[in-house]
Ligand binder design. Structure first.
Ligand code: ADP
Ligand code: MG
Length: 474
């Protein structure tokens, strides 16, 4: 391991040189190349600069040596030479990383910084370990994430990262409202990478913890250790970036440099937030534009179908039998948060155990009375009506939509038309007919008439139809 010498004169000289450089070259180049360079020694003739990234050294040596030498002359008054030295560690080849993991206990790591008066070598890994890292929940996996039109882009992007870390979508920025699965997806990336690429180091931090750790590090004068620790990752997952506050502005600087560092070293960054980056009013512009340079995908509230799929999956996982009308009732009442769907299930499970009977619609209505709910606007679809009728009258959906004149099939088809006409009044008769493969709107008028008559004559039938409509209406 390379020991970095503290040198009492090198830091102030480098500070002057970097100040000059900042004025002379575009900031993205300065940020890109010089924040990863550390002054090592200055003996009055030769200034040695170090970086742990070979490519940066090669690039700076090739393109900036002249500029650096002239700055050196301006700043010291002597004509000196610039030389470079590669510092060991932080390569990302799998074998290298595997080695790293095996050697963890004996390993020390270096903290690099462009600023002066910072100790350059850390020999106590414990300090870094005390930072607030957060355990990744192993149950948040991709295969437990239900896909729907509201989240399929986010899911695909997250899977892309896990599939091929550092190749695609860097940084990936996921945003969406509370309880829509951002944390689930971020952790799924972590879990998948741990499974597929166990040698890669993944770190997950809620942004608030991340920021607090930096603030504390400054207070405790452990910033270099913390910084080094943060840099020593292959995949960095930062959740809820909206909680980075304005107050500690230096932390945003720090994060910006960290991102540049990771980006340049081919590491992957995934960020989540509750809004698109440009609406993060507390973040500095350059941090925002850093996020904007990658892929940005949103997660919307799930539609009714997806909510039902999520509920039914989670109910199965909890070994809870939920009849279709109950699923429909819950998914209809709770429209914007997956987390609330889950608490509905927990409540139902509880009541069902308490009352020692399976869940039914009545139980669900009472048990979920005080769950937060939003009126769901007319989201009922013909598909859904067909499905519910099909289940209640034991006729295949395909048959309902087909041409069979068998009595019970025709009846089910007529019920569907009647219910569609009642529940989706905006739909014209000819459109309803077309949905059932008929090109004559009188079919719907006849169906409507037949069902009304049957309901008048047969109270049990009438009750059944009203129940179906009620369950669909929620
Ligand atoms: P966010 O971080 O966006 O606030 P979470 O990731 O914490 O939301 O999700 C809230 C809960 O909802 C979690 O338990 C998560 O597993 C679940 N959840 C959200 N979306 C889905 C989905 N599409 N499929 C399965 N579970 C989901
Ligand atoms: Mg979250």
């Amino acid at each position: 391991m390379q020991q970095v010498e503290e040198n009492s004169t090198v830091s102030p000289i480098w500070l002057k040189i970097s100040k000059e450089l900042k004025e002379k070259i575009p900031s993205q180049f300065y940020e890109g190349f010089f924040t990863n360079i550390t002054p090592l020694t200055w003996d009055g003739k030769e200034l040695v600069l170090g970086s742990n990234d070979k490519r940066i050294i090669q690039h700076v040596e090739k393109n900036y040596t002249k500029l650096l030498e002239s700055s050196l002359q301006t700043c010291t008054g002597t004509k000196g030479k610039i030389n470079f030295q590669e510092l060991s560690r932080m390569e990302t080849t799998p074998t290298d990383n595997m080695q790293k993991n095996f050697n963890k206990t004996t390993e020390n790591f270096s903290a690099y910084s462009t600023s002066n008066n910072i100790p350059s070598t850390v020999t106590n890994e414990e300090k870094g370990k005390q930072m607030g890292t957060v355990q990744i929940n192993p149950s948040y996996t991709f295969n437990r994430f239900i896909k729907g039109p509201s989240n399929e882009h986010a899911l695909a992007a997250a899977m892309g990262v896990a599939e091929n870390p550092t190749k695609y979508h860097n940084p990936l920025y996921l945003y969406g409202g509370v309880g829509l699965g951002k944390t689930h997806l971020m952790m799924a990336i972590g879990n998948e990478i741990a499974r597929k690429y166990p040698w890669l180091k993944v770190s997950y931090f809620p942004a608030e913890i991340f920021q607090n750790t930096l603030v504390e590090a400054v207070q405790n004068k452990t910033l270099p250790y913390v910084r080094a620790r943060y840099r020593d990752v292959d995949i960095l997952l930062i959740d809820d970036i909206q909680f980075i506050s304005q107050r500690a502005e230096f932390t945003q600087e720090e994060i910006f440099h960290l991102f540049n560092y990771l980006y340049q070293n081919n590491k992957h960054i995934v960020i989540s937030g509750d809004r698109p980056p440009q609406q993060l009013s507390t973040l500095t512009d350059r941090l925002v534009s850093r996020f904007q340079s990658g892929l940005i995908v949103d997660i919307k509230p799930p539609n009714l179908e997806t909510r039902m799929a999520i509920l039914s999956t989670k109910a199965k996982e909890a070994n809870l039998q939920l009849p279709h009308d109950v699923l429909r009732f819950i998914a209809g009442r709770i429209s914007d948060q997956v987390r609330v769907l889950e608490s509905a299930l927990i409540k139902l499970e509880f009541v069902s155990k308490l009352e020692k009977r399976p869940v039914d619609l009545q139980m669900a209505k009472i048990a979920l009375r005080d769950l937060p709910s939003k009126e769901v606007s007319n989201q009922i679809s013909i598909e859904e009506i067909v499905r519910v009728v099909s289940q209640n009258f034991h006729v295949d959906e395909d048959e309902i939509k087909g041409n069979s004149r068998v009595e019970n099939v025709a009846l089910a088809r007529h019920i569907c038309m009647y219910v569609v006409k009642q529940l989706i009044p905006a739909l014209s008769l000819s459109k309803i007919a077309a949905a059932f493969g008929k090109n004559d709107h009188t079919t719907v008028i006849n169906a409507d008439k037949k069902i009304r008559e049957k309901m008048d004559q047969d109270e049990a039938f009438a009750v059944q139809i009203r129940e179906i409509m009620e369950s669909l209406r929620y």
